[in-house]
Design a binder for this molecule. Structure first.
Ligand code: DX5
Ligand code: ZN
Length: 219
């Protein structure tokens, strides 16, 4: 599967959000990662469908929304109406998660399961045919700029095994830089989320291109 780079706007300059989004688009990003936090499932707050609807006007990039909220079923339609193309949630937040995956897909949006570092892969085989991608958290969700949890590489390998020959994508989220990108790509990841590594760099194009070419440049 082709490698996709998804800058997370969590680490962008919110005062100049439109400019930041246009800059990463111009720099070669493949999609935009949107971290939705409710101050309950995770100890931080970000933004809701209203802001997503506004930034939808600023770019043609696909939107990859990562719901870190306690009640994803109450908000899925609102984010889809606002224009997201990928939508993931943590299944511990919804006991009826299968029907939520189905609902997301029925609206023509890619459905993803988000898995925390301490969450086992036990439920994955049972939902693998209901989803389009697996988002593996390689930090504890809530904040950008944290250190990559090394055990995530092994987790990617296990997820890859469970996926087998299915066309299910693997996304990694948290602590991505050239070194960690290299190890997770080797293990089977095809979507790299990177927040601080891109937005805290002084040349977005160089950083995004660097991530894309990491297999060649970082042997
Ligand atoms: C953390 C978020 C991440 C975050 C990644 O809860 O899910 O998407 O923005 O930021 P970095 O790349 O700085 O670890
Ligand atoms: Zn995220």
């Amino acid at each position: 599967m082709t490698l996709k780079i998804a800058p997370s706007i969590l680490s962008s300059d919110f005062l100049h959000l439109e400019k930041e989004i246009r800059s990463v688009e111009k720099a070669g990003a493949d999609m935009l990662h949107l971290d939705i936090m409710d101050g309950h499932f995770v100890p931080n707050l970000t933004f809701g469908p209203g802001l997503v609807k506004q930034i939808r006007k600023a770019t043609a990039l696909p939107f990859d929304a990562h719901l870190m909220i306690t009640n994803p079923a109450d908000f899925a339609d609102k984010f889809i109406d606002a224009g997201v193309n990928y939508l993931s949630f943590h299944i511990e937040t919804d006991s009826n998660y299968k029907s939520l995956f189905r609902k997301i897909r029925s609206r023509g949006v890619k459905a993803g399961i988000a898995i925390n570092p301490e969450t086992s892969l036990g439920a994955l085989p049972g939902v693998i045919d209901e989803i389009d991608y697996v988002l593996i958290m390689s930090v504890h969700p809530g904040f950008g700029g944290q250190a990559f949890i090394k055990e995530s590489v092994e987790k990617v390998r296990k997820v890859k095994e469970i996926i087998g020959s299915r066309a299910v994508e693997i996304e990694i989220d948290g602590g991505i830089n050239y070194e960690t990108a290299k190890s997770v790509i080797k293990a089977g990841v095809n979507i790299l989320v990177a927040g601080s590594f891109i937005f805290k760099s002084n040349d977005y194009k160089k950083t995004i291109t660097g991530l894309r070419n990491v297999r060649i440049t970082h042997r």
